[in-house]
Design a protein around this ligand. Sequence first.
Ligand SMILES: [Fe+2]
Ligand SMILES: [Fe+2]
Length: 198
Amino acid sequence: MTFTELCKRVRKHIGQDHRYAHCVRVARMAENLARIHGADPSKARTAGMLHDLARLYSGEGLLEECRRRGVPISDFERAHPIVLHAPLSAELAQTEFGVSDPAILSAIAKHTLAASEMSVLDCVLYLADGLEPGRDYAERASLAEMAERDLPGAMRATIESSLRYLSSKHLPLAPQTAAAIKAFGAHIMMEATTGGHS
Ligand SMILES: [Fe+2]
Ligand SMILES: [Fe+2]
């Protein structure tokens, strides 16, 4: 399948112009960051295009589809099903879009919560998703600029930025994100609780 064909299929699967446009911007930015930081630009572009396949599913739909397909569901994910769109999108990329490359599937699965161990490709997709030009918040442009010159620094700063967001919304911290905080040396400047309660 060519990339153009892939885009057409993703557009149809997602069924919403707004979300599809986000995927296009993430694919572009991921491709650019991959080129700068020595990851495979083509894999980054594919991961960007496919990363939100399940983003518009309802909470109940995510839980049901994960159960049906045998995607593991943690306590945190059961309490906050929205985050399941990442592993479920990886599952759909594999089964519905024929992607078998574990590096691409890993990047998709980790794009929302991050993880303790992240490859350059994983980081590139995580940053592209959070920092693409369609996102509208004060620090975005400076973080996007940092992502081009300092990948670990941008990971640290972007994770810290998302912690401030979680804190402002009184949202809990996922165990995977807590592990990523340690791995990247990010500082917790919030009173978030860890675990599956909010
Ligand atoms: Fe997402
Ligand atoms: Fe996204």
